[in-house]
Design a protein around this ligand. Structure first.
Ligand SMILES: *[C@@H]1O[C@H](CO)[C@@H](O)[C@H](O)[C@H]1NC(C)=O
Ligand SMILES: *[C@@H]1O[C@H](CO)[C@@H](O)[C@H](O)[C@H]1NC(C)=O
Ligand SMILES: *[C@@H]1O[C@H](CO)[C@@H](O)[C@H](O)[C@H]1NC(C)=O
Ligand SMILES: *[C@@H]1O[C@H](CO)[C@@H](O)[C@H](O)[C@H]1NC(C)=O
Ligand SMILES: *[C@@H]1O[C@H](CO)[C@@H](O)[C@H](O)[C@H]1NC(C)=O
Length: 478
């Protein structure tokens, strides 16, 4: 993941000054009516059709399936990790709606980016890749295994083995030399951010480990999940009242915590904790953690029942990456209901009110350069301002709105029975406990030297961390 400064507000205003046809989701009897009116999702077809419209607009951003383009990449300005995250969303989209339209591009994208070592470290990305970047691809593969997304042909890497490869590499990168443990943000020493231990990288490790434990039944994965959680807690990155902060620098032994609270950091630990609760057959400690993270999430990351990206949304300075984070908290909230039934009645109303607000933002008709979906269906970002369209459009906004709508299709597992599987309950994906490669085989000398331009780009990181710390403090004071 990168940090770049973006004058989101200004660009947005310039970009979307005109609006043409508007689709009113409420009068069309789509999301709004059914979500607010019905006790349960009595009209899943209307939710599916809204999701389908939004997904169409989302995938129009994807060019990796065009002749001469690289499968799995999104065009500029979207970074590689976000493509992995988006295809993770598309795995869930198929699972929830049954719409197979995008399965072929999703499979092609995920497999094209596995790299020579079958671990989501393709040569083109490795040099600038962070643990979190790799993690979002790994979690997409894990979702494919759990959702019984079609298995790749036998001569191709398999979903479960891909997640195991990334897990094995995380184990090797676990760094006890500083801060008593934890994963660093960056994989390689020469990247800015190597000296930062962040919650999302450790969250990826935790989440993948918990899910591998549940899927395979192998206790080693659960032990690692426990270890990551304990480290987060000991370091103060997860507080006693379950705030999840952004990260901390190793130079000061992780004492200088960046206290910004992003939606996806809360979500990734919430979902992983629910998976551990499920894996342990209802352990009280994991139940308490799940409940605590949920309580903190529902009070902090929502305003009047509508999800909001607190550190940057009101100020209008969320960057390209941050504009997609709400999609992942939505994903993990829905996933939590599937793993820990006791959360269902708290989470579903939040998903409904958020979907209602998000769908009302899907009325934009920006220029074709900005949006190639159906006019009047581009989704904005600031759902708390709905129905006023805020002119912010892009992969993050569109993906988040899709997530908001489609995750309303999750059902109580006790009633529908269509929950993420394990190897014992119908999972078919083949694993390999030894998948992945050693860091020795990934030394930078196997990679091209960094160019000056890339060094300059990486310099943004330092600024962004400083700003991010300021953002956190600003928020605390406020
Ligand atoms: C690529 O996939 C998108 C989304 O499914 C589709 O709209 C487009 O036609 C595809 N392009 C090609 C060249 O197949
Ligand atoms: C790596 O990038 C080059 C240049 O964009 C592209 O031609 C090539 O197909 C990419 N390789 C893979 C495996 O994606
Ligand atoms: C674990 O998840 C499965 C699938 O959703 C569910 O059937 C089971 O009841 C859950 N176990 C616990 C302890 O909640
Ligand atoms: C529940 O999980 C916690 C954390 O892993 C562990 O310390 C505790 O012993 C477990 N409780 C039971 C009853 O197994
Ligand atoms: C469990 O996972 C660990 C860590 O990858 C591995 O070393 C071990 O062989 C696995 N055990 C079984 C029974 O698969």
């Amino acid at each position: 993941m990168r940090f770049q400064l973006r004058a989101a507000g200004v660009l947005g205003l310039l970009a979307g000054a005109t609006r043409a046809i508007q689709v009113d989701f409420s009068s069309d009897g789509m999301v709004t009516q059914h979500l607010s009116k019905s006790k349960t999702n009595s009209k899943p077809e209307s939710i599916k059709s809204t999701a389908s419209t939004i997904a169409f607009g989302l995938l129009k951003y994807y060019t990796g399936n065009n002749t001469g383009d690289v499968p799995g990449n999104l065009p500029d300005p979207y970074f590689w990790w976000e493509a992995g995250a988006m295809f993770g969303t598309m795995v869930d989209y198929w699972f929830l709606t049954g719409d197979e339209t995008y399965n072929a591009v999703t499979m092609q994208a995920l497999l094209h980016q596995v790299g020579d070592d079958r671990d989501f470290m393709p040569q083109n990305q490795t040099r600038t890749e962070g643990n979190d970047d790799q993690g979002f691809w790994a979690m997409a593969a894990m979702s494919a295994a759990e959702n019984k997304f079609p298995d790749p042909p036998a001569d191709q890497p398999q979903w479960l083995a891909l997640a195991q490869a990334v897990f094995n590499e995380y184990v090797e990168r676990w760094d006890t030399a500083t801060c008593g443990g934890g994963l660093r943000w960056q994989i390689f020493t020469f990247n800015n951010g190597f000296n930062y231990k962040n919650s999302i990288s450790n969250g990826c490790f935790f989440n993948v480990a918990a899910r591998l434990a549940r899927f395979t039944g192998n206790q080693t994965y659960a032990d690692w999940a426990e270890k990551v959680y304990d480290w987060m807690s000991d370091t103060g990155l997860i507080t006693s009242d379950f705030k999840v902060f952004d990260g901390a620098g190793v130079e000061k032994g992780c004492q200088d915590i960046d206290q910004a609270q992003w939606t996806y950091n809360a979500g990734i630990f919430l979902h992983g904790s629910a998976v551990m609760y499920n894996f342990t057959g209802g352990n009280a400690t994991w139940k308490q953690r799940t409940q605590g993270l949920l309580d903190q999430t529902s009070s902090f990351h929502f305003e009047n029942g509508i999800m909001v990206e607190k550190p940057c949304e009101d100020g209008g300075f969320c960057d390209i990456d941050q504009q997609s984070f709400k999609a992942y908290l939505l994903r993990w909230l829905a996933g939590t209901t599937q793993m820990a039934d006791f959360t269902f009645d708290t989470i579903m109303p939040l998903l409904k009110s958020t979907a209602d607000a998000a769908a009302k933002q899907c009325t934009g008709s920006p220029s074709a350069a900005e949006f190639k979906g159906k006019p009047g269906t581009a989704c904005g970002f600031q759902w708390t301002k709905s129905p006023q369209f805020d002119n912010l459009v892009g992969v993050g906004e569109q993906q988040s709105a899709l997530a908001a709508v489609m995750y309303n299709l999750v059902q109580k597992t006790t009633q529908s029975g269509k929950a993420p599987v394990t190897a014992d309950t119908g999972g078919t994906s083949q694993g390999n406990v030894n998948a992945g490669a050693s860091m020795q085989d990934k030394t930078p000398n196997r990679l091209e030297p960094i160019t000056t331009t890339q060094k300059v780009a990486a310099g943004f990181v330092t600024t962004a961390i400083a700003l991010s710390v300021m953002g956190g403090c600003f928020f605390m004071i406020k």
